[in-house]
Design a protein around this ligand. Structure first.
Ligand code: PLP
Length: 396
């Protein structure tokens, strides 16, 4: 059994704050402080450029990928860390489209805008008549026809927490010859994922949300072993070359997942990810999922019992929900500002979604009860209806 008291002690959580926003930016793992000191003073400071060899910097993207692999049911050698999620999605979709002559990319309108934008940009650039078919989330399966090149889905909806059935949709896609690209932004570290078991083709995700590696921490990409030695790379950076230090004038992709490397890895941020993975290494995802379901169910019951004005926007059935709970409220932006002023941090997503993330590594039932009490009071007293809570900030 995972010891959640022990994992909680491994995070810095500011006094007086209940943090239900780890689905957007995870908190600071305490071990990151010593890692930061080491990478700055002992490595960069003392070793200078020799750190690439002496401190093992060059191996970090794949080593970290192997540690993330366990959390997403991937084969250890098939995950590469680096770059941003938007970039990785672009790369994975391009690799998927290079495997087929079909022209349709199927996705749903619950997908995160950056994923839709990146796909639009790629399809325009290819100039081969590709089309993005955007359907309602519940209509995805019905639209999986044998002209679909790639099924590009974010497994868990960032607004509502609605979760696609990855196993069923991957099987359906495979049956009609469609390549799958899964975005695990709200899945990795949130729910149990079995990429290998689902026979997924490509997957991408980020490490600054549930994985807690810090603002702007690098993304990851997964390529199924059956494609790893042939996958199109699109971004032919020198570190994906078979022999980067031969400095050949022509690109030759490296073996397996190494071809998905692009440029120089962000070593300082990767050391932060390492500190975050030191916590994850102590954790069983089955325990995380069970505790997450318990916390979310407790939160829904508490809010519904006390706040009639808030309408549940997430699936009630835990099996169809990720690790977040959202409520609709017309004054959701102001209400969230009022909650934040009282130390309860969640976030707001336009037009009317109040979103709360549940992260068992450092959030327990007592936090849920305290959060419900704050929400109930803010709603009952209409504390949100004060002018200062209606001013919009740049980041919501
Ligand atoms: C958070 C998120 C992103 C953000 O992409 P970045 O390149 O890391 O800014 C993209 N897609 C989804 C589905 C997300 O949830």
């Amino acid at each position: 059994m995972t010891d959640f008291t022990a994992t909680r002690a491994m995070f810095h959580l500011p006094d007086g704050i209940i943090y239900l926003d780890g689905n957007s930016l995870g908190p600071l793992p305490i071990g990151a402080r010593e890692k930061a000191r080491q990478v700055l003073d002992d490595e960069w400071g003392e070793m200078l450029i020799t750190g690439w060899n002496r401190a093992g910097w060059m191996a970090l993207p794949q080593q970290l990928g192997a540690r993330i692999a366990r959390l997403i049911g991937a084969e250890a050698d098939n995950v590469m860390v680096g770059d941003t999620l938007s970039t990785r999605l672009y790369q994975a979709l391009a690799a998927a489209l290079a495997m087929t002559d079909r022209k349709i990319v199927l996705t749903d309108h619950g997908n995160f805008p950056s994923d839709l934008y990146m796909a639009q940009g790629l399809l325009d650039t290819l100039g081969q008549g590709h089309q993005l078919r955007v359907v309602a989330p519940e209509d995805v399966a019905a639209n999986l026809t044998d002209d679909v090149a790639a099924l590009m889905l974010t497994q868990i909806d960032y607004r509502t927490g609605r979760m696609h059935d990855m196993v069923a949709l991957s099987a359906a896609a495979q049956a009609c010859g469609t390549v799958t690209v899964w975005d695990l932004a709200h899945s990795a570290g949130a729910v149990q994922v079995d990429l290998a078991g689902a026979n997924a083709d490509f997957a991408v995700g980020c490490t600054y949300k549930y994985l807690n590696a810090g603002p702007g921490a690098p993304a990851f990409i997964y390529v199924a072993p059956r494609h790893a030695d042939t996958a199109h790379t699109l971004l032919n950076g020198w570190l994906g070359h078979a022999e980067p230090f031969a400095f050949e004038p022509t690109y030759r992709p490296g073996p397996g997942i190494t071809r998905m490397r692009v440029g120089t890895p962000a070593i300082i941020q990767m050391r932060m990810l390492e500190a975050a993975m030191d916590v994850w290494d102590l954790v069983d995802m089955a325990d995380v999922r069970a505790q997450s379901v318990a916390l979310c169910d407790r939160f829904i019951a508490g809010v519904e019992a006390t706040c009639p004005a808030l309408a549940l926007a997430s699936p009630r059935d835990a099996a169809q929900r990720g690790s977040q709970v959202s409520f609709r409220f017309a004054n959701g932006y102001a209400a969230m500002q009022a909650l934040i002023a009282r130390g309860l941090i969640g976030d707001f997503r336009a037009p009317d979604i109040m979103r709360f993330g549940f992260t068992p590594l450092y959030i327990g039932p007592d936090d849920v009860d305290a959060a419900v009490a704050i929400i109930a009071d803010v709603m009952a007293t209409r504390a949100w209806d004060a002018p200062q809570f209606h001013t919009r900030h740049a980041v919501t």
